[in-house]
Design a protein around this ligand. Structure first.
Ligand code: FEO
Ligand code: CA
Ligand code: CA
Ligand code: CA
Length: 679
């Protein structure tokens, strides 16, 4: 493991121009190959995707809304892990669905009271989850996926799971389908990811709460249960995102739909046969998958807390030091967390054959911390440990009974500790050369100059001014920013850190005093940073080459350009300066001093612009950095069968017309021979 900071001197490509074309645009000398699309078959004999709303069997096809993704190398033949640049497994999340394109004429009975057709609901459920798909590069240089690979797998919301860590076996996990609270079914709204050095994949459950129905049942629940449900966004009077509970089951034992109804009185009226009042406690976790063993049961790692998990990235591993895992809770005014294992790192574990047992070793016992950012550029990691501080049975506000209770109610515990509410923490990434952690804060329309959501040093903007093209001013932190932190002593075990803001999103035409604080230009202006990943390439002397990739999921700047991906040279925490920032909104004004990294205007460059109405999210590469895999999520999401607003990826090969858009994985390589993408 190199500890040498080596950055490429320049980003050796010409910046892509902002545009609203219906293709993926990359710099000259780069090629885009569409590799793995919504509906592509994942087993021998599954028919090609018709893409007309009548396809079935999504448990054996690529799911929708490709998101976080990692590449795991394979030996030339067989199923063993190996460092390979030409054969591997792509493991990726299917976060959500664009319902309008999944069915012949869009969804039926999306609003009540009539039942949703069972076949539509089955399809929608199975289009969520995770894919494991074998990919390989031919001697010609062309990448393709192997439809018939025995390693291909779909994990869906129906796949058996087991719980690990302190919440395993807890009464709060017991349902009619999980009598002892040690097992559950499936994973949902899988957003970003983590790649473990012992060759497993972490998938993170983000906006899971939205799928649950809950009728009025507060009187049948304890005050504590009601508080917990409300804090996680499951108030009374909710039908669930897609009304899955309205579908008719196949038979009396079929609870695939009833399980999404968390209402207590429904459970009681059914005499317990449909008691899923605790089903929401099965979600909001980080889930570990062994991609090399299609028969393995994924493990929900409850020690890492329960929230809207965006992603989970491991800090630098050092032999004899306890590793850390960095996580964002993506909702407005939520927090940044890290989990520090109880077990110090042993390098030999990276090659272990029983990969999920290694996961047990590092991920089932440890300390969960939440971040507090101070105005002076320092910060603390506050421990979420039962019995410490306010996290006790004697707490009159919320009486915790044990550590499992703290983890089930991570958000409430973090509230009580006084953590810093952030502008929507999305992905975390760790600079492999020096261990510094970066976290995207995508935007926050509720940030204000004063009041309960007042600006602070780490979240200093609460408005955006009118643009030169006459567009209206925005409310809150419209364009987002990227915060980064350096652990004290450069160790993952630290309980304090230094921080600054790597870059503030903004249009290049916005005023520079309080909005375009990072001096962005037409080559690199962006809004709503989300995906974030350090390239793993090494330079010819074997040193780690920290090239940072930044992806956007924006609604505020899409009148100017489709969403994009930028390449960046990272710098270091503290390389910039303190700076005063003033926000004025609706008569309220506040000035705070923030910390801004050295202006990235000269070391941040737009590499890619996506097709219409997509989000760019999910990135990984081969170990040599010469093949870069990127996910294009929900192109044309605003349209439907009668109003197709994008026909990507058909448009990538020049086809026009009216085919339905599909989320898809692309692979980017250099046209004239090999070389690290971006350098
Ligand atoms: Fe799924 Fe916060 O993005
Ligand atoms: Ca998304
Ligand atoms: Ca995201
Ligand atoms: Ca987002």
């Amino acid at each position: 493991q190199s500890t040498v900071t080596v950055s490429p001197a320049t980003l050796d490509f010409v910046a892509v121009t902002k545009n609203k074309n219906d293709v993926v645009t990359v710099p000259a000398n780069y090629a885009v190959t569409v590799l793995y699309r919504l509906g592509d078959p994942l087993a021998a004999g599954v028919p090609a995707y018709a893409n007309d709303g009548q396809d079935t069997n999504f448990a054996q096809r690529a799911g929708d809304h490709h998101d976080g993704m990692s590449y795991f190398g394979l030996a030339a033949t067989g199923t063993a892990p190996a460092t390979s640049n030409t054969r591997g497994l792509l493991v990726m999340n299917h976060e959500n669905i664009t319902e309008s394109y999944l069915h012949l004429n869009g969804p039926t009975n999306l609003s009540g009271p009539a039942a949703r057709p069972t076949a539509e609901v089955v399809k929608e459920i199975e289009a969520h989850g995770v894919s494991v798909v074998e990919v390989s590069r031919a001697a010609s240089g062309a990448w393709s996926y192997n439809q018939a690979s025995a390693l291909n797998r779909r994990i869906t919301p129906n796949t058996p799971m087991r719980f690990n860590g302190p919440v395993r076996g807890n009464a709060a996990l017991v349902t009619v389908a999980s009598a002892d609270g040690t097992t559950g079914r499936g994973t949902i709204n899988n957003c970003a990811n983590g790649q473990m050095p012992w060759n497993t994949y972490l998938t993170c459950e983000e906006n899971w709460a939205g799928y649950f129905r809950r009728d009025a049942d507060a009187a049948l629940r304890s005050a504590k249960q009601n508080r917990s449900l409300a804090r996680y966004g499951i108030g009374e009077g909710r039908a669930g995102n897609y009304r899955w509970t309205s579908a008719a089951p196949a038979d009396a034992n079929d609870t695939r739909f009833a399980r999404w109804n968390a209402t207590a009185d429904v459970a009681l009226a059914a005499g317990g046969a449909q008691d899923f009042r605790n089903e929401p406690n099965h979600f909001g976790w980080v889930v570990e998958i062994d991609p090399y063993d299609p028969a393995s049961t994924p493990r929900k790692r409850t020690a890492l807390g329960r929230m809207n998990h965006e992603g989970c990235w491991i800090g630098r591993t050092v032999a004899g030091v306890k590793p850390a895992f960095y996580m964002g809770d993506d909702a407005q005014n939520e927090y940044i967390y890290k989990f520090v294992s109880n077990t110090a790192w042993t390098a030999a574990d990276a090659g272990a054959a029983d990969r999920l047992a290694i996961g047990d070793k590092y991920l089932d016992a440890g300390t969960l911390y939440v971040a507090k950012f101070n105005a002076d550029g320092t910060g603390q990691w506050l421990p979420l440990v039962f019995g410490q501080g306010p996290l006790t049975a004697a707490n009159a506000d919320f009486a915790f009974v044990d550590q499992a209770d703290v983890l089930l109610n991570t958000r409430i515990a973090a509230d009580l500790l006084g953590a810093t509410p952030m502008d929507r923490p999305e992905w975390t990434a760790v600079n492999p050369a020096n261990g510094e952690m970066y976290c995207t804060l995508t935007n926050n329309s509720s940030r204000r100059p004063t009041g309960t959501r007042a600006v602070d040093a780490a979240n200093p903007r609460a408005y955006t001014d009118p643009k030169t093209d006459g567009r209206a001013a925005g409310t809150g932190n419209v364009n987002g920013h990227v915060v980064r932190l350096r652990e004290n002593g450069d160790t993952t075990e630290a309980t304090a850190f230094a921080w600054d803001v790597y870059a503030f999103g903004a249009g290049e035409d916005l005023e520079a005093t309080n909005i375009n604080l990072s001096s962005l230009t037409a080559e690199n202006d962006f809004s709503s940073p989300d995906g974030l990943w350090f390239g793993a390439a090494t330079n010819p002397s074997g040193q780690v080459n920290p090239l940072l990739w930044l992806q956007t999921d924006d609604g505020a700047y899409t009148d100017i350009t489709n969403n994009q991906m930028l390449a960046a040279l990272p710098g270091r925490v503290g390389d910039g300066a303190a700076r005063s920032v003033t926000s004025t909104l609706a008569g309220a004004t506040a000035t705070v001093t923030t910390r801004i990294g050295a202006a990235p205007g000269t070391r941040l460059k737009r590499f890619l612009v996506g097709p219409r109405e997509c989000e760019i999210t999910g990135i990984t590469s081969t170990p040599d950095g010469e093949s870069l895999f990127v996910n294009i999520q929900h192109p044309g999401e605003g349209g439907g069968p009668a109003n197709i607003t994008s026909s990507w990826p058909a448009t990538q090969s020049g086809q026009q017309g009216t085919s339905r858009p599909r989320s898809a994985t692309i692979v980017i390589t250099k046209v004239d021979g090999n070389g690290v993408v971006g350098l």
